[in-house]
Design a protein around this ligand. Structure first.
Ligand code: GLU
Length: 432
């Protein structure tokens, strides 16, 4: 059986060769900019700029041909001040410790921006899952889960899908944890299939939350969505849903891409047909009625809205000056560098930062966790309405902070998040 790359807050696949700056340095640089605005004490800076727990595991998996391969995986918990830690697990051949640390720190800020009772965590395994059979993928997942089992749990650290992981993988994770412990624990992970206690609306939550944030931003920058154009980089769980929902609001989606490349039609793409094409061929590339563009070209196409929904480090000092969008909504984690942020801000581009724009995924994960703990499922309507309220309230709060301090939206979101997490540390005190 073929592995279908699916979920992820950000989904999507490797788009470029990743010879880039240490991602944790980028995360700390963003943190420092916001800590300066906030006037954060040196003690709190020292605490919050470290990850609390960093677990590296090397574990064997027997492959279908009888050979044994050893894989490297990580689970990082950045800060457990606000509550149990939370964050996805990604499977990608280029996963590094620095990347997972950065992603864990961003999860702390993301949960704080939308007011969830969690600290941040992230996991990753260095593997290209598209080269594995279903049996190998299941065995890898079960062994990795067992390796990190002492660190996770419904009141401790709750994984979820991320790049190249999906509800089936979360089902195996939940089953493995439950088998090891001796009873079923649906609250150990989120992003599960609905029959196993997954939540209505979780699969679409990242894309939906991103579009709610775009609706709020469009109001403040006076952008008429019904007359706008949108470009989406990455056509996985986050990008494909965001593209569909923004098109439902009347925006013309003119270009989309995946790891193989992009397609562009200035008259607008028929997204239903693109989805069928991708399901049939494995990529959006080769879609009739569109011109081929590279992932790099796609970012600088004429458009009003740009949604990076793939990997990190896509918008840099090199391409930021040529970006034509007036609104960028980061469905991916870490798609822009701090240098690019400064350039975009000077150009007057409104950026909805990742920790706000893609927080819909973890927000509905939180709903799923609450439903699992209470064994009481909600309707899709309840989920989506609560998500809409949280996204809209969080946008307003971050926008207010940006105005107050005269900073861009990323720094404003970080200022709010860091202030909140610092407050937990102040009130709880330093143990012992
Ligand atoms: N992986 C997603 C993210 O980066 C979701 C995390 C979660 O639901 O815990 O936000």
């Amino acid at each position: 059986m073929k592995f279908e790359p699916a979920d992820a807050a950000n989904d999507a696949l490797a788009l470029v060769e990743r010879s880039e700056p240490d991602l944790f340095d980028v995360a700390v640089e963003q943190f420092t900019i916001a800590a300066d605005v906030l006037g954060l004490s040196d003690d709190l800076r020292r605490i919050l700029s470290h990850c609390q727990r960093e677990l590296t595991v090397h574990f064997p998996v027997e492959m279908d041909d009888g050979s044994v391969q050893v894989f490297t995986g990580y689970r990082i918990q950045h800060n457990s001040g606000p509550g149990p830690t939370k964050g996805g697990i990604r499977y990608h051949q280029a996963v590094t410790l620095a990347e997972v640390k950065a992603l864990a720190m961003w999860m702390t800020w993301k949960c704080a921006v939308v007011g969830l009772p969690y600290g941040g965590a992230k996991g990753g395994v260095q593997v290209n899952p598209k080269l594995l059979s279903q049996t190998e993928l299941q065995n890898l997942t079960r062994r990795y889960t067992t390796e990190i089992q002492p660190f996770i749990g419904p009141n401790k650290d709750i994984p979820a899908p991320d790049v190249n992981t999906n509800p089936q993988i979360m089902a195996w994770l939940m089953d493995t944890y439950s088998m090891n412990i001796g009873y079923s624990v649906p609250g150990v992970t989120t992003g599960k299939p609905i029959v196993l206690g997954g939540s209505e609306g979780r699969n679409e939550a990242t894309g939906r939350g991103c579009v709610f944030a775009i609706e709020s931003a469009a109001r403040v920058i006076d952008l008429d969505l019904a007359r706008s154009r949108t470009v989406v980089q990455g056509f996985g769980n986050a990008g494909s849903v965001a593209a569909r929902l923004i098109a439902e609001l009347g925006s013309k989606v003119v270009a989309v891409s995946d790891s193989q490349g992009g397609i562009y039609n200035p008259a607008g793409l028929d997204l239903a047909a693109v989805t069928v094409h991708k399901a049939r061929t494995g990529s959006v590339v080769g879609f009739r009625d569109a011109d081929a563009v590279s992932n790099a070209e796609l970012l600088v196409l004429p458009t009003d809205i740009l949604i990076p929904a793939a990997m990190e480090n896509q918008i840099t000092a090199e391409n930021a000056p040529r970006i034509q969008a007036s609104l960028i909504a980061e469905a991916a984690n870490g798609p822009s560098t701090p240098e690019a942020d400064a350039i975009l801000y000077d150009k007057g581009v409104f950026v909805l930062p990742d920790i706000l724009a893609n927080a819909g995924g973890v927000t509905v994960s939180y709903f799923e966790w609450v439903q699992a703990l209470q064994a009481f499922p909600w309707t899709e309507h309840e989920v989506n309405e609560r998500l809409r309220r949280i996204m809209s309230r969080s946008f307003d709060a971050v926008y207010g902070t940006a105005q107050k301090y005269d900073v861009h939206m990323r720094t404003a979101a970080l200022v709010r998040a860091i202030d909140r997490v610092a407050e937990f540390t102040r009130l709880r005190g330093i143990y012992p």
